[in-house]
Design a binder for this molecule. Structure first.
Ligand code: COA
Length: 435
């Protein structure tokens, strides 16, 4: 049977497709802006047919109806990353959270730790050889699809055909759900003065020719906005958004000095506006690879002068970085932070930066604290931490004693919290920090 026969013969509606999902199944969803939302909506419509269906995925950019109150008997969300739409479910006991490095997620699906019965994915229409692109989210999709007993794909002409190891054959898909709707967009944030100041400090640590990874949140955009006078930058990053496209268009990012994948950006997923999705369509300068390759610290480290820039919620005076929870409240996840901190630390000439505003809650809370909130998960270990940046400056912690770290961090804390932090640290170290 030719691929066309298989493809055309197995096209069904989302409502029909979800009949392949059985009570008690574990269902892996593609994530971020490649979430198969037509399938998710159909599943919710048919909720009365389901009990104990586990829905597992990374970033949720949809409405996560299956995780809303009232859905408990039907679905249970297992979050590999917690976002705005799934925070209440995870922290309210209606969902679960599985801690993991992003780089490990494909192997969770393939090595039997997290076997999926069904994979629901979102792809571009097939080319003349019956090959679809995984588009804006390559990361763990193929691994989940490879191991699942049933693969259901939304096929969307709005999904860009991205380049790299981003393809899946129609033969590896069981059911095709044709859809035609624009992808979810991530609108670039309006930068605050604090974010602009942080962006400038980070940019001062980026030399011409460096390769960059930029994390999630508004700070990556602030950093990119401050890099316009740099030359020959490269990208090896878990994620990119519109800011990278703007610097590519201006020639600031040209990937010419990269020591791995010279001439192209390497990423595992992307989120941005329609302009970005059009920019990456068939563009060989943006190569998408699975996350167990992109985020593998040993691969990251093959980029000389690799600079990783990620955000966090709290740093204690020893340099322990909490990026995913406020005390026991899980607000996010490890994602690729540790992968890139370790990879950048191992890179020749590399550097890992954790950047954050010095305060939260409208200036009422210092993000630099004597001790992390009780129950906070440490995302970046104190032995891995290199550089912390706030709007007040740069603190290099690598190779510094605990006392030196405390002094460096207090110097970049908000001035209204410096006195209290100084008192706490002097109590702890038994001598003034200036000594
Ligand atoms: N105490 C109390 N609340 C805090 C806080 C603190 N120390 N720090 C942040 N918050 C609150 C914020 O006020 C905000 O609350 P709101 O949603 O009610 O406004 C919320 O926590 C999120 O913080 P914010 O700083 O706005 O988040 P962000 O969108 O800039 O993302 C991280 C920052 C740290 C959550 C995000 O970068 C992340 O998830 N990092 C971990 C994963 C990672 O680094 N991946 C990198 C590879 S892509």
């Amino acid at each position: 049977m030719g691929w066309e026969q298989h493809y055309l013969g197995r096209q069904i509606t989302a409502d029909e497709a979800v009949k392949a999902i059985k009570p008690g199944n574990r269902v892996a969803f593609g994530h971020a802006v490649a979430e198969p939302t037509a399938i998710a909506d159909a599943l919710v419509r048919a909720k009365d047919n389901y009990r104990d269906v586990e829905i597992v995925h990374m970033v949720c950019m949809g409405n996560a109806e299956y995780a809303k109150p009232g859905m408990e008997a039907h679905f249970r969300h297992n979050a590999l990353f917690v976002g705005a739409a799934t925070r209440d479910a995870v922290n309210g006991g209606r969902g679960d959270f599985t801690p993991c490095h992003f780089s490990d997620i494909p192997s969770l699906f393939t090595d039997g730790c997290l076997p999926a019965d069904v994979a629901c994915i979102h792809v571009s229409p097939p080319d003349e050889n019956g090959i679809c692109s995984l588009g804006v989210s390559v990361d763990y999709t193929k691994a989940a699809a490879k191991m699942a007993k049933v693969v259901i794909a939304e096929v969307n002409p709005c999904m860009p055909r991205t380049m790299g190891e981003s393809f899946i054959s129609t033969e590896d898909i069981d059911w095709f759900v044709p859809v035609n709707r624009p992808l979810i967009e991530l609108v670039p944030p309006v930068l605050t003065d604090v974010e602009k100041a942080i962006g400038k400090h980070c940019a001062s640590l980026v030399k011409d020719g460096a390769t960059l990874q930029l994390g999630i949140g508004s700070l990556p955009d602030a950093v990119l906005a401050a890099l316009t006078d740099k030359n020959d930058l490269g990208i090896h990053s878990e994620m990119i958004s519109d800011g990278v496209m703007h610097l590519m268009t201006r020639g600031v990012i040209n990937n010419s000095q990269k020591t791995l994948h010279k001439g192209c950006c390497v990423v595992t997923f992307l989120m941005g506006t329609q302009r970005l999705y059009e920019f990456v369509d068939g563009n060989p300068e943006v190569q998408m690879y699975p996350v167990d390759y992109v985020n593998n610290p040993a691969v990251i480290a093959q980029n000389d002068n690799m600079v990783s820039i990620n955000a966090c919620v709290q740093v204690d005076l020893m340099g322990q970085v909490a990026s995913e929870s406020i005390g026991l409240k899980q607000i996010s996840a490890t994602g690729g932070q540790t992968d890139f901190v370790r990879g950048a630390n191992m890179s020749r000439g590399g550097r890992s930066i954790i950047a954050m505003p010095s305060t939260a809650a409208g200036g009422k809370i210092s993000k630099i604290v004597p001790l992390l909130d009780t129950g906070a998960a440490v995302t970046t270990h104190r032995c891995d931490v290199d550089t912390i940046v706030t709007e007040y400056g740069i603190a290099r912690l690598k190779g510094r004693t605990l006392r030196e770290r405390a002094a460096a961090l207090i110097r970049i804390a908000h001035p209204s919290f410096q006195g209290g932090l100084l008192e706490e640290s002097e109590k702890r170290f038994g001598c003034p920090l200036s000594r």
